[in-house]
Write a protein that binds this ligand. Structure first.
Ligand SMILES: C[S@@+](CC[C@H](N)C(=O)[O-])C[C@H]1O[C@@H](n2cnc3c(N)ncnc32)[C@H](O)[C@@H]1O
Length: 239
């Protein structure tokens, strides 16, 4: 089902979030990825979309950058946007690579769309060489739980960030734009951390950056909530 929706709406992602269109990518996500990919020579970008992280990895010095995604409408644009990365069609839960074949694996805003989380993280652990690193970008699972948001209660004169039902694992089709329905899976953070541990991935670094200035300039409704992170970044190592 994810693939069907992504095939239909890949252009929504490409137009709004790639090629310089999105301040969170430009000011925060891509710089973080570049910093943590430094020194890495082979990179797999799982759920690569139209390839913005794969291109960054290649431009950052990785001699081998490979992107995989199940969605043809993403892969065809990735190929149009050009090399050096190589692209292939694959689901995160069945990566068509040998064991221990990459220095680094990146998954950028992808696991929110993946049902088979344990299988996909096990695949990340398998294709990483010992000592390799996993860069994991997620919409913040706690603070962006579905149903979360800024509340301005004029009767009680309280302003606060409400958190939705965090512990409930939940799959929903979200209307992210007019007539654009994308499947999202919410899981508590412990679900990810324990699945990573089971896959032999040990977390060694975590960031919860404040929303960047370019995002806050555009998102009037988020101004009051500038101390609430939207992004969670984890770097794990395969010992
Ligand atoms: C929000 S986009 C992110 C794309 C890219 N990582 C980026 O940062 O620009 C999510 C991507 O996940 C892909 N995807 C959905 N289900 C997937 C799965 N089971 N395995 C791998 N990728 C998947 C979609 O096709 C889509 O390209």
């Amino acid at each position: 089902m994810s693939q069907h929706e992504w095939e239909a709406h890949a252009s929504w992602w490409q137009e709004g979030f790639t090629d310089g269109a999105d301040p969170e990518y430009e000011e925060q996500i891509l710089p973080l990825a570049a910093e943590h990919l430094r020194g890495v020579t082979s990179v797999l970008d799982v759920g690569c979309g139209e390839g913005q992280v794969s291109r960054l990895a290649a431009g950052n010095g990785a001699g081998r950058a490979v992107g995989v995604d199940p969605t043809w409408a993403q892969l065809s644009v990735a190929r149009q946007r050009g090399g050096p990365p190589h692209y292939g069609q694959a689901d995160a839960a069945a990566l068509p690579f040998g064991s221990a074949s990459f220095d680094a694996v990146v998954a950028c805003l992808v696991f929110e769309h993946i049902d088979a989380v344990d299988e996909a993280l096990a695949e990340v652990g398998r294709v990483l060489r010992p000592g390799g690193r996993f860069l994991f970008f997620l919409n913040h699972p706690l603070l962006q739980t579905p149903g979360s948001g800024w509340i301005d209660d004029r009767i009680l004169e309280e302003q606060y960030w409400r958190i939705g039902p965090y512990l409930v694992e939940d799959r929903s089709l979200e209307e992210v734009d007019k007539d654009v329905l994308i499947p999202f899976v919410h899981r508590p953070l412990s679900r990810y951390v324990n699945a990573m541990a089971a896959a032999g991935l040990l977390i060694e670094h975590m960031e919860e950056p404040a929303p960047p200035p370019g995002f806050l300039e555009r998102a009037e409704e988020y101004k009051e909530a500038a101390t609430i992170p939207r992004l969670l970044f984890l770097r794990a190592i395969k010992p």
